[in-house]
Design a protein around this ligand. Structure first.
Ligand code: 5GP
Ligand code: ZN
Length: 115
């Protein structure tokens, strides 16, 4: 954990984020600037800056993040219509917060290719 990382602060419960799920390993909460009717971020409690830092030992954690997103989509009632999961990595990926996070976007049709 780092003192000044905003998502570490979310993980510690120090912000007023709307948390939809939390367990020993991950926290899921609504994005502050939603890009779709449902926009949820799934983060590991442990500070990992980017996808580029992920090691083979982190594969179960990454799988748990994806499974958590899929389960939330079902719970939110959007799984049938569909949704998009996104990891942005570093500058060209459009990453702005350097604590690993998985975006769950749902509630409207998504376009392809992304911008
Ligand atoms: P990125 O561009 O790094 O993939 O995504 C970062 C996301 O975090 C953005 O969608 C942004 O709106 C969201 N975000 C940034 N700061 C906060 C915050 O303090 N609280 C919440 N809930 N979301 C945040
Ligand atoms: Zn962090």
């Amino acid at each position: 954990m780092t003192q000044d990382c905003i998502f570490c602060r979310v993980a510690r419960g120090e912000t007023d984020s709307e948390v939809l799920h939390q367990d020993e390993h991950v926290v899921a909460f609504r994005d502050i600037a939603p890009q779709a009717p449902h926009h949820v971020l799934i983060i590991p409690r442990r500070h990992i800056a980017t996808l580029d830092e992920l090691g083979p030992e982190d594969a179960p954690l990454a799988g748990h993040m994806i499974h958590t997103a899929a389960r939330l989509a079902r719970d939110l009632g959007v799984a049938g219509e569909g949704y998009r999961l996104v990891f942005n990595c570093n500058r060209h990926g459009g990453q702005t917060v350097f604590h690993l996070h998985l975006h769950l976007l749902a509630g409207r049709p998504m376009h392809w290719p992304p911008g």
